[in-house]
Design a protein. Structure first.
Length: 360
């Protein structure tokens, strides 16, 4: 039982029914803090029945946490919600938190020697992240230096494509400029590190990607991801099958586009989508952004059975997100038991590039 996840969910629910913005933010911040704790929260309970002080968690949230630690739930929150007209919406959001891991669970999965799947040491490079060229805050040099510090051989910078202006999608002119900068940096770092030229292309409603084949061919790694149609229950199997059978696409990024407690993402017959991806050789991403965790360990088992390749990526927008977000992706892969040989991030650079070439 993951009490960190349970308490964070209760605090989020409680935040939703607060009359004041200030209280709402307070409970939300407490929820975020509990989800990000390295240790199970019960380990912070002291012999005198009080909780060790946690930064960003105020007295009201502490009382809720103690309630859950002593009774297993929070009568305060349950009573408040059952009397609220927002109960249906809160119940709906609660259903959108399945198979999300707290940070404490992620670290436990990385430590647990009984699990199969990849270890941190086998991980050679991260294949989805954003830079200052689109909506990220990290420069290309930051990405290289962070990769070297993490012991990686390569990273791919995958800014948004021009079809997604809302996320700062890069024009082809700006992409050419980025490629010149990447060439200069790769020449400077030589054999110490390789920054790959990537893009996160957008999957349109009809399943086509928003870049021309000739444009895709200028890139080392193409991630294609859905950023629309993420709240409808309509079946989108055809859209996703078309995306994973598009020549030049390497990775299906955050396949569902779900968000923690807020949207369910794409509805599709995933067995079919994964079978098509396995046949065409497109890797299925486990996106490690804690609010995405997409696909998760549960759906990953379906992708293993379909014979898929996997990409475990951070989807980081800043350097401080790189390592912890990758941990989330690795944890899901370990819980699902994805064999390391099927994870493209565990391949040496030469093998990765050979495979990427074969998809062009
Ligand atoms: Zn995306």
């Amino acid at each position: 039982m993951d009490l960190n996840g349970k308490i964070a969910a209760l605090l989020r629910d409680f935040a939703a029914i607060q009359p004041s913005k200030q209280k709402m933010w307070g409970y939300k911040r407490a929820a975020r803090t509990v989800l990000a704790l390295d240790e199970p929260i019960e380990s912070l309970l002291q012999a005198d029945g009080t909780l060790k002080k946690i930064p960003n968690i105020g007295p009201a949230s502490t009382r809720i946490i103690l309630e859950v630690l002593t009774t297993g739930t929070s009568p305060t929150i349950e009573a408040a919600i059952s009397g609220s007209h927002q109960k249906p919406d809160i119940d709906r959001r609660g259903g959108l938190r399945a198979h999300f891991l707290s940070r404490a669970q992620v670290l436990e999965a990385l430590r647990d020697a009984t699990l199969g799947g990849p270890s941190r040491d086998e991980y050679r490079g991260d294949l989805q992240m954003h830079s200052t060229y689109s909506d990220g805050s990290q420069t290309l040099r930051d990405i290289i230096e962070a990769g070297i510090a993490l012991g990686y051989e390569y990273n791919a910078v995958t800014d948004h494509s021009y079809g997604l202006p809302i996320a700062g999608g890069v024009s082809m002119e700006r992409l050419a400029k980025q490629h010149r900068e990447i060439d200069r940096l790769n020449a400077e770092f030589g054999r110490r590190f390789r920054l790959l030229k990537g893009i996160e292309a957008n999957i349109r409603a009809d399943g086509s990607v928003d870049m021309a084949p000739g444009e895709l061919a200028t890139l080392d790694i193409v991630v294609a991801s859905p950023h629309s149609g993420l709240r409808t229950k309509d079946d989108q199997t055809r859209r996703m099958v078309r995306a994973v059978t598009t020549r030049g696409v390497h990775i299906l990024g955050h396949p569902r586009g779900r968000k923690y407690g807020s949207r369910p993402g794409v509805t599709a017959k995933w067995k079919k989508v994964f079978a098509a991806a396995a046949e065409s050789g497109v890797a299925i991403e486990i996106d490690g952004d804690p609010s995405r965790q997409d696909i998760d360990c549960d759906l990953a088992r379906t992708a293993i059975d379909a014979g898929c390749l996997f990409a475990l990526d951070s989807d980081a927008h800043s350097t401080r997100e790189l390592a912890p977000y990758t941990d989330v992706a690795i944890a899901h892969a370990r819980l699902a038991g994805v064999p390391s040989d099927r994870i493209i991030n565990c391949w040496p650079l030469a093998r990765l590039l050979r495979w990427a070439d074969s998809r062009r």
